[in-house]
Ligand binder design. Structure first.
Ligand code: FAD
Length: 302
């Protein structure tokens, strides 16, 4: 069996595998797609000490770093079941069963899409999902935020300090965000909130030039000219394949303690699939290191 078996090959999993392997213990990493979300990312400007890089380049460096160590890398393999027996078993989609004395779950998350014409076409050409990452790219420009929940309103407040104007589009009749956030939002001069707005299309030529929405009360379609659209309708953790023994939040995020431990002894978790409040590359890598050290601590005590 593996001493540490990592499931997920994004920044969190790569970091966990390197930290584990550096302890000289038997380490494996299984990933559906090595690199994870950064494979879909263009410019990265907040990976501290690297002023600018691009997702696929960072993913290649992660892989190169992992391969410096004696890590068994199993790419293009999807885990479908976890079971704790004497050892922890991970069953793959192809039927193989891997065993670990400890397991680190780092299966990440995915942004929920609005699924309207233009969204996929203009991804990274005006359509964005992460205000911390891409907000500064829209300095002085006009943007929309789709979604009036906490993350949408936090994004709108954040963006209002950087961009020229923010239009918030909320599908329901009321914003769902906490009232303190709503008060802060309504105090800002450069924000417009449109409720009962169903996004119909993100328009553009080579990049975004506007957004069309239907007023659900009057059933009329309106168009707003702008340069960017932030989709903020939820981040879905890739944890639906796990059973009930592992505690998760209402959102499906794996609950971890300060050592990265979950409610199953020997099973640790890191990165965007956990209840970490902020989802970023540098944070995922830090929590991957924490989970690996937590797993090592567990191994020497059991
Ligand atoms: P992920 O990167 O999601 O990796 C998850 C890994 O698990 C992948 O290898 C995946 O294939 C694998 N996996 C999933 N399910 C299974 C399964 N069942 N079996 C096996 N493997 C599985 N952050 C920044 O800090 N700066 C930025 O500029 C930035 N820009 C971003 C731009 C975009 C478009 C997106 C989508 C995200 C951006 N982020 C940015 C966020 C950042 O990419 C994530 O916080 C980070 O990738 C999370 O790392 P992770 O390892 O936890 O998860």
């Amino acid at each position: 069996p593996f001493d540490v078996l990592v499931v997920g090959g994004g920044p969190a999993g790569a970091s966990a595998a390197i930290y584990a392997a550096r302890k000289g213990i038997r380490t494996g990493i299984v990933a559906e797609r090595f690199g994870g979300q950064i494979m879909d990312t263009m410019g990265i400007e907040n990976f501290i000490s690297v002023t600018y890089t691009e997702g696929p380049k960072l993913a290649a460096s992660l892989e190169e770093h992992v391969k410096e160590y004696n890590v068994d890398v199993m790419n293009l393999q999807r885990a479908k079941r976890l079971e704790k027996k004497d050892l922890i078993e991970i069953e793959l989609e192809n039927g193989a069963v891997l065993k670990g004395k400890t397991v680190i779950l780092s299966t990440g998350a995915r942004w929920r899409n609005v699924g309207v014409p233009g969204e996929a076409e203009f991804k990274n050409k005006g359509v964005a999902y992460c205000p911390h990452c891409d907000g500064p790219l829209f300095a002085g420009k006009r943007v929309a935020v789709i979604g009036g929940g906490n993350s949408g309103i936090e994004a709108a407040i954040d963006l209002a300090g950087i961009v020229k104007h923010v239009t918030v589009l909320e599908f329901a009749a009321e914003l769902k965000a906490d009232s303190v956030l709503q008060e802060r939002l309504y105090s800002l001069p450069n924000v417009t909130v449109i409720k009962n707005a169903q996004t119909k299309e993100i328009t553009g030529t080579d990049k975004v030039n506007g957004i069309s929405y239907m007023d659900r009360e009057t059933e009329t379609v309106h168009h707003v000219e702008l340069e960017g659209v932030f989709v903020q309708i939820g981040l879905v953790p890739n944890t639906d394949w796990l059973g009930d023994e592992i505690e998760r939040t209402r959102m499906g995020e794996i609950v971890v303690d300060k050592h990265g431990a979950t409610t199953i002894p020997g099973v640790f978790a890191a990165g965007d699939c956990t209840n970490s409040p902020y989802k970023q590359i540098i944070i995922s890598m830090g929590s991957g290191a924490t989970a690996a050290l937590g797993a090592f601590d567990y191994l020497i005590r059991n």
